[in-house]
Design a protein around this ligand. Structure first.
Ligand SMILES: Nc1ncnc2c1ncn2[C@@H]1O[C@H](COP(=O)(O)OP(=O)(O)OP(=O)(O)O)[C@@H](O)[C@H]1O
Ligand SMILES: [Mg+2]
Length: 390
């Protein structure tokens, strides 16, 4: 994947050039920003300009890339371009992992060392000393379009406890399993996601990461993620409008329950009105969560009743749709119900998604992968970077 570099990325490239490196600005994928060669050592360089510390998920993703790369990279640098010290820029787990990677062992044939750096604390050998007397001369390839437009998917219902946070996190997981880096923005003042997933998650199967930002921490231009998912507060007015305005799509989780028919119909109507008061263009999609996997007539009758309510909304709003639970639905699952409990019980720092499975099958994972599939098919949700470059 090629991309126009940001100023801060160019600045790092230039200082490496000044130090005698040969820099190639064309990266084959988003795991690194550019390549640099000195003394025949081909080095992958990844540059960050994030407000929060770079957590271990991104470091694991980089390590995985280095260890498996077929492009001849012998080592890597991860440079935080906006922090003065490594301790400020990276989490302690990230620093630990980098140190481990540098230890020489008989395994070092397979495992490539990588180094953390900031502009003040510059990368270690083979780089020796920085000299700034030569003017930098980096040819920037301008033929390539900029980073593709990010796709924003909001998750909002004006009712508490319907699964907004659960859906946000696991939808992000399903996109990451499908190979997309995902930013998850927690704009709910409760900051549940931010607390649970502060280090981010690296999904090895998709070779992609999820990183979680609070609203003030998130700077769109500094992120290379293709998909941005926004977990909202049920209290519409406490969600910053600047984020709601960005939604290309908004999922509206709700439940299909007999007692909820009239109430939920009302909740969805209010939800749509609130979103529309700020964002007239987003595609709105009602998603049934907490669904019970039985195919009795009761479910069929409920579905019809709900469909009748939603048909009225769809008649008024061309970009409103109800996702038929027979096509795509999130089932009630114990793993989702207990998701995050480790953190609250043991205060463990790292929480995994409810995607692990003993015998291969995992319903939450299958449901959310089906949702990604549904979004891709029914909305053309294709990260622009993919379609532009290939
Ligand atoms: N599909 C599911 N299966 C089982 N439990 C679920 C499912 N979806 C959500 N839950 C549970 O429902 C509860 C509420 O979920 P969650 O916190 O995601 O809702 P929310 O809409 O974000 O709530 P709030 O409005 O407070 O932000 C949690 O205990 C969660 O584990
Ligand atoms: Mg929530």
């Amino acid at each position: 994947m090629s991309q126009n570099l940001q100023d801060y990325e160019l600045a790092v490239a230039k200082s490496l050039e000044q130090a005698g490196w040969t820099v190639t600005l064309e990266a084959e994928n988003s795991a690194y920003t550019f390549a640099a060669v000195k003394d025949k050592v081909k080095t992958a360089v990844k540059v960050y300009h994030w407000q929060p510390v770079v957590g271990i998920a991104r470091i694991e993703q980089f390590k995985d890339f280095l260890d498996h790369n077929k492009s001849g990279f012998k080592q890597g640098y991860i440079v935080a371009a906006n922090k003065a010290t490594i301790a400020e820029a990276f989490s302690s787990e990230a620093i630990e992992l980098a140190k481990k990677s540098q230890k020489k062992s008989f395994l070092s044939f397979h495992f490539k060392p990588f180094y953390l750096a900031t502009p003040e604390e510059l990368p270690p050998p083979p780089h020796r000393s920085l000299q700034f007397d030569e003017p930098p001369n980096i040819a920037v390839d301008t033929r390539h379009p900029g980073r593709g437009k990010k796709i924003y998917i909001g998750v909002f219902t004006s009712k508490g406890g319907v699964g907004k946070t659960t859906v946000s996190a696991h939808l992000a997981g399903a996109f990451a399993l499908s190979g997309y880096n995902v930013d998850l923005i927690d704009i709910d003042p409760q900051q549940n996601l931010k607390i649970l997933l502060s280090q981010g998650i690296f999904l090895k199967d998709g070779r992609a990461t999820i990183n979680v930002f609070s609203e003030p921490e998130f700077v769109e231009a500094h992120s290379d993620a293709e998909i941005t998912i926004v977990d909202c507060s049920p209290d519409f007015d406490s969600n910053p409008p600047r984020m709601i305005k960005k939604f290309d799509y908004c999922l509206i989780p709700t439940t299909l329950s007999p007692l909820g028919i009239n109430k939920n119909g009302h909740v969805i109507t209010t939800t749509v009105e609130k979103i529309r008061s700020v964002n007239p263009d987003a595609s709105l999609m009602v998603l049934i969560n907490n669904h019970h996997a039985d195919r009795t007539q009761m479910v069929g009758a409920l579905k019809e009743k709900y469909q009748a309510i939603f048909a009225k909304l769809a008649a008024r709003d061309a970009k409103f749709q109800f996702i038929d639970p027979d096509q795509c639905v999130i089932h009630f699952d114990k793993r989702l119900f207990y998701w995050g409990h480790q953190h609250f019980i043991n205060e463990q720092d790292r929480v995994e998604l409810a995607f692990s499975s003993m015998k291969g099958r995992n319903e939450p994972r299958d449901n959310f992968l089906a949702l990604v599939n549904y979004l891709e098919k029914n909305t053309g949700t294709q990260p622009a970077t993919e379609s532009v470059h290939h």
